[in-house]
Ligand binder design. Structure first.
Ligand code: ADP
Length: 257
């Protein structure tokens, strides 16, 4: 049986094709989220790539902010349950998920069966989300993928004290103008995102193992900052950005089975 999970986020659309609820056959990410035709493209690309037709797919489940406006799915499911399911599949020992995407940060607690027990979310402010990193990578004219290596080469991270993305932008520019090294500024930017997420985690309580999902999980500078702030190992996977889509594909399998 083939099922597909589509996760329509604020900045990206992701898709996972699952065989028999177990095997990840294909994954697709397009940098175009809610309000674009990114999700439809993801679905079409997966089918084309695998030489499959619509009829051969048993169930398509949509999740993420954009799920309600996506008409090509057989069903919709909340992103919290999808992240829980997807992360439990990738790393079953997980009790705490830190999910940082393009527009929000969430912390979730799971039981040993991967069932969501509790969560907290920041979706009110760009600071502490991928948006903050995107704004900074834009003004520094550095691809987002390069923030990690720059941050990790910093001997002394700069302190970014502004709690607002707009003010932090000016702070970054003036600290560079005052001669601060680029890598120290970038490390400071990553730490700033990590401290905000860490504050959310502390409010909910840290239960190991801790797994990071969402696109920001791919940034080792933020993961390092979280490990320091929380004093625990932060696990992640090269599929961390795909956990919502994976969870939706697993949900689709359960629904059809
Ligand atoms: P959403 O679901 O809200 O669209 P994602 O979970 O896809 O968000 O995460 C998007 C964010 O992830 C981007 O805003 C960016 O900051 C970050 N990101 C994406 N790819 C990478 C990468 N390769 N390395 C570091 N950060 C990344």
């Amino acid at each position: 049986m083939y099922t597909i999970g589509i996760d329509i986020g604020s900045t990206t659309s992701k898709g996972i094709l699952l065989k028999d609820g177990k095997e990840i056959v294909a994954e697709m990410l397009i940098v175009a989220g809610i309000g674009t035709n990114g999700a439809k493209q993801v679905l079409e690309e997966i089918l084309n790539q695998q030489g499959l037709s619509d009829e051969e797919i048993d169930y398509v489940a949509a999740t993420g902010y954009g799920r309600n406006t996506f008409s090509f799915a057989d069903g919709k499911v909340s992103e919290l349950s999808c992240h829980a399911k997807g992360v439990h599949y990738l790393y079953p020992d997980t009790r705490t998920i830190i999910d940082i995407g393009g527009q929000d940060a969430k912390v979730m607690q799971l039981n040993t069966d991967g069932i969501l027990l509790n969560f907290l979310m920041n979706d009110k402010c760009a600071a502490g989300t991928g948006r903050f990193l995107d704004v900074m990578s834009n003004i520094l004219q550095l691809p987002i993928e390069q923030l990690e290596s720059k941050a990790r080469s910093s001997p002394e991270p700069a302190r970014i004290s502004s709690t607002c993305t707009v003010f932090a932008e000016s702070e970054v520019i003036s600290s560079l103008a005052n001669g601060e090294k680029l890598e120290n500024v970038i490390a400071g930017i990553c730490i700033s995102v990590a401290s905000r997420a860490a504050a959310l985690v502390k409010r909910l309580g840290v239960k190991e193992s801790v797994f990071m999902s969402g696109g920001v999980a791919l940034n080792g500078g933020v993961r390092d900052g979280l490990e320091k702030e929380l004093g625990v190992k932060i696990h992640y996977s090269d599929k961390s950005q795909m956990t919502g889509a994976l969870g939706a594909a697993l949900y689709a399998y359960e629904k059809k089975k």
